[in-house]
Design a protein around this ligand. Structure first.
Ligand code: PEP
Ligand code: MG
Length: 587
């Protein structure tokens, strides 16, 4: 336990840049660890009385809940008997009171420490019954803690933090990141996660500094500790020493200077030193972020991930609501345009409005185009909305996770049906709307020549392509070290896709996170990629990289890279070339 003032460093993965120093708030399964503060000996009886009152209130709430459930579900209400018993466990209560008296700390902290120790012990035992009871115990503690807050009630089941802080938890879902109050949550840290999990992608997109994959940070920091989070280097430091703070202030100043230099490129074109233009567009997750895309000078939106509109709703959105959202993006992205990807639900993005059920391997399961083809009405609604938006500005459409020609043909035929229905309703849309396919499954790479005949463009989703090719879960921090966009297999796959596209005269872009990594820019350009869609924060660095490169040199570089047989060798060469052309971007 690090309850002293010693500096402690934890190493993880920096997935969203920025340096933040603030007090940390630790959340355990949506439970926030209470702050510890000293009390006077004369306060001890008052703390006892507070706990007694909170226990009585919790008992009242559980009994009332039990009665409601008994009416609706009969015997299921018995599960609350255990909750009630826990409230009366005299041995535990004695331990809590003893802690308050001996250590002279507030009752919330004593309660948390005692109960959490029991929960940890129960979780470690290989007995499913005890593991479930650990969850129940956590639930009871959450209620009691909520009732220890002045004026707390059932609606205030969680602690709400009112001051700016760094939020730490085992994990956050993509929707949780999206709904964070940016004025209060300055940065976040998690035990799990990886560069390309959707939570990290959103953090980058919204500019929330983040460090993930800290493994077990339990006991390393506690709510109220002062923490310095370095989203560049992937380090979280508790109780930073003055010299550490000074060191990081310098790093932040250097990054500020580079940002200032890059800002002069906003109005410049993404063009190589020998005049080869690259379409440098932005990825987008929320239409409300479209202004940021414009501010950084992106050439429109190369990937609009539409699933987040579905994720914060319990009901499927109506066509008009979707049309309004897509129309807004289409107008704002003008004159460049927006590529709207149809719903890519599944994996780590599960809208509650779609009945998903539990899957053993969600990333290999009901995901992407598979969901849309089965949920015909939902798909039709989205296709009609996208088509209608094409009358508001330049819109293209692309299908995610296509793994066979059949899927692509079926999706295209649904698109034709949606067009026909709009015609008969007399609603305008772009008859020549461009249709593309995301290449993100190895089977799609292998039949890229076949798919190319059916579409206007390819967009390579390297996030998934890497995951499926190397068989490395993109959200699992234990295998994060194996997640390698510069794997020789990936380089060869991109080459194959680019050649298939060139043979059919269609363009090919990359919209996975690899597109925003300046170490990969020479490789992608040399492989014949002509469009890069990156998170808004990477537009200017990638533009700078493109402008420092020569196309023929990139092609030569690829010839050399194709001779290399290991990830390490390719990484080394990519870094060397990048260092020789734009060293300031690699700090
Ligand atoms: C990808 O897989 O590279 C991609 C862009 O799609 P997503 O990250 O949303 O799965
Ligand atoms: Mg994908």
């Amino acid at each position: 336990m690090n309850r002293g003032s010693e500096e402690v460093r934890l190493k993880g993965l920096g997935v969203s840049p920025g340096i933040v120093r603030a007090r940390v708030v630790v959340r355990d399964n949506s439970l926030i660890e209470p702050e510890t503060y000293a009390i006077r000996p004369s306060d001890v009886p008052g703390e006892h009385a507070r706990l007694d009152a909170a226990l009585a209130e919790t008992r009242r709430q559980i009994v009332s809940l039990q009665n409601q459930i008994r009416v609706a579900a009969g015997d299921d209400a018995d599960i609350f008997d255990f909750h009630l018993l826990m409230l009366e466990d005299q041995i535990v209560l004695d331990q809590i009171f003893e802690k308050v008296g001996k250590e002279q700390i507030n009752i919330e902290s004593a309660l948390y420490q005692v109960i959490n120790t029991s929960i940890e012990v129960m979780r470690r035992v290989q007995d499913p019954y005890l593991k479930e009871r650990a969850v129940d115990l956590g639930d009871v503690m959450r209620r009691v803690l909520a009732n220890l807050k002045p004026g707390a009630g059932e609606s205030n089941a969680e602690h709400r933090v009112k001051h700016p802080h760094i939020l730490a938890a085992a994990d956050f879902s993509p929707t949780e990141i999206a709904s964070m109050d940016r004025s209060l949550v300055l940065a976040y840290a998690t035990e799990t996660g990886n560069q390309t999990c959707h939570a990290a992608i959103i953090a980058r997109s919204l500019g929330i500094p983040a460090v993930v994959g800290l493994h077990e940070f339990d006991g390393h920091f506690h709510t109220g500790d002062e923490v310095l989070l370095d989203g560049y280097g992937g380090v979280v430091i508790t109780n930073p020493r003055p010299e550490t703070i000074e060191h990081y202030a310098q790093i932040e100043a250097e990054h500020g200077a580079i940002r200032e230099q890059l800002s002069h490129l906003v109005g410049e074109r993404a063009i190589t030193s020998d005049g080869q233009a690259v379409v440098l567009s932005s990825n987008l997750e929320f239409s409300r972020e479209i202004d940021r895309v414009r501010q950084v000078g992106a050439e429109g939106v190369g990937l609009y991930r539409t699933e987040f509109f579905y994720l914060d709703r319990t009901f499927l959105p109506e066509e008009d609501a979707l049309f309004e959202d897509y129309g807004k993006v289409a107008r704002a992205a003008s004159p460049h345009g927006v590529i709207i990807r149809t719903l890519d639900a599944g994996g780590d993005k599960l809208p509650s409005s779609i009945q998903h059920g539990t899957e053993h391997n969600p990333f290999l399961g009901w995901r992407g185009i598979r969901v849309c083809l089965e949920e015909a009405e939902m798909f039709r609604t989205q296709l009609r909305a996208i088509l209608r938006a094409s009358a508001e500005g330049k819109v293209s459409i692309m299908f995610p996770l296509v793994s066979s020609l059949e899927e692509l043909l079926e999706a295209k035929s649904r698109l034709e049906e949606a067009k026909a229905s709009l015609r008969s309703d007399g609603l305008p849309f772009d008859e020549k709307i461009q249709v593309g396919v995301m290449v993100e499954v190895p089977s799609a790479v292998m039949i890229a020549d076949v798919l190319a005949r059916e579409v206007d463009f390819f967009s390579i989703g390297t996030n998934d392509l890497v995951q499926y090719t190397i068989a490395v879960d993109r959200v699992n921090e234990r295998v994060a070290g194996l997640y390698a966009p510069h794997h020789p297999a990936i380089v060869r796959m991109i080459k194959r896709v680019a050649e298939a596209a060139a043979a059919c005269g269609i363009w090919v872009g990359v919209c996975g996170e690899m597109a925003g990594d300046v170490l990969s820019t020479p490789l992608l350009l040399g492989l014949g990629i002509t469009e890069l869609s990156v998170s808004p924060g990477q537009i200017l660095p990638v533009k700078r990289a493109i402008r420092a490169l020569h196309r023929a040199e990139c092609e030569q570089f690829v010839t050399e890279i194709l001779q290399l047989t290991t990830v390490e060798a390719i990484n080394v060469r990519c870094r060397e070339l990048a260092l020789s052309r734009y060293p300031e971007l690699l700090r």
